[in-house]
Design a protein around this ligand. Sequence first.
Ligand SMILES: Cc1ncc(COP(=O)(O)O)c(C=O)c1O
Length: 436
Amino acid sequence: MTDTVTQTSNTPALTKIVESYKKRTVESERLQSRAERTIPGGNSRQAGHWAPYPITIQRAEGVHIHDVDGNAYIDMTANYTSLVHGHGYAPIREAVLKQIEQGTAWSANNPAQLDLAEAIVGRVPGMDQIRFTNSGTEAGNLALMIARTITGRNKVLMSRYGYHGSLLEFEVGAFDLEGPATLVATYNDAASFEAVLSEHGDDIAAVFLEPVMGAGGVIEADRDFLKRVQVAANKAGALFVLDEVITFRLSEGGRQAQLGIEPDLTMLGKLIGGGFPVGAVGGKAEVLSIFDPSNLKAWHSGTFNANPVTMTAGTVAVTHLTQARIDRMAVLAGQIEDGIRKSAARHGIPFSINRCGSLLNIFFMETPPKATLLRADQEAISAFHIAAMNHGVFVAARGMMVLSTIMTEALVSEIVERLDLAIADVATLPIWQKSA
Ligand SMILES: Cc1ncc(COP(=O)(O)O)c(C=O)c1O
């Protein structure tokens, strides 16, 4: 019988790593205590919280973030994929500063909105037209409004553990619950979607899917699954909505261009704002004709929708994201994948990794779980998250890492070396035991 390494739970495994983290982040701890007095939990963004407390960032430039204690980190989150050209990308900064001198918001159109709309619509196969919002969450809300208006139905069907933003309809599904307006089925299992659609199709306004699960752990959907769900959704009279908030970075035309899929609606966000708050929904002109002012069927408004600062930054971000740069990010991400796989093997602990282009998610398990909420390596990944910070690399608490276009081979080598030290820390924790 071969030796396997398994994890035990409830050990004081994190203590040494956490002590070192606490020594380095005294001011962050003080600010967290202060924040908790006026902001519940000390944050307005759950994903930015972790135990024992999160660091507070003072400033960022290029690939680095700097915390209030003076520690520097290589930022492998890029604000959860949104800063595809890193922090303070000079062409965006220059364009935005110029725009700010001309004003930041007004209650009428601006030309920058046209530039961004044309740049995106020109790339994404499923889009003739687009409308902007201030976040991916609002894009989900808008997509839902469109689908409900067109179908006269109320419910959504989504994948359990899928993530489409912080809207109650979607949050329940992200945690594998069902709500009054939410039905769930199993990712990459077309039959499970078809079954729900044949039973509840008359109530379902739209089916929402990520072509690669982001928060779920960088899990790729296969093309046949997406196609079958699209066909079943449309047969039931529901809209098929592809959430490309994260995956737009995977090719110039998003994941749908790679897979040859044209959804009824596409949600975008993150990178298309060039570092500023943004979301968008695009689709076929006939679907979006509900916003034709001469025959208005749905009211969509927002004080900061398509504001000129976001639109200016977004236009630079999108037009500078060429296929060559996308391909290069994927090559560098592959080098990180190889490097940390070798590191984990050297240190003799279970390890697996999901990678799609410039998106990665690591797991201290022999095979990746079906979703990050189902992971058995919580203690190890939490230890790694803190240990990586101790060694100067900032990764998402769930083990997600992403590339930006300004990363170089030299930086990738440095990342792999630093993460090797973090993996070494994880490997020496008393949570692993050998079993024959
Ligand atoms: C796939 C997906 N959809 C929607 C959203 C919501 O976007 P936002 O955080 O801008 O509201 C996210 C955010 O992480 C996401 O990953």
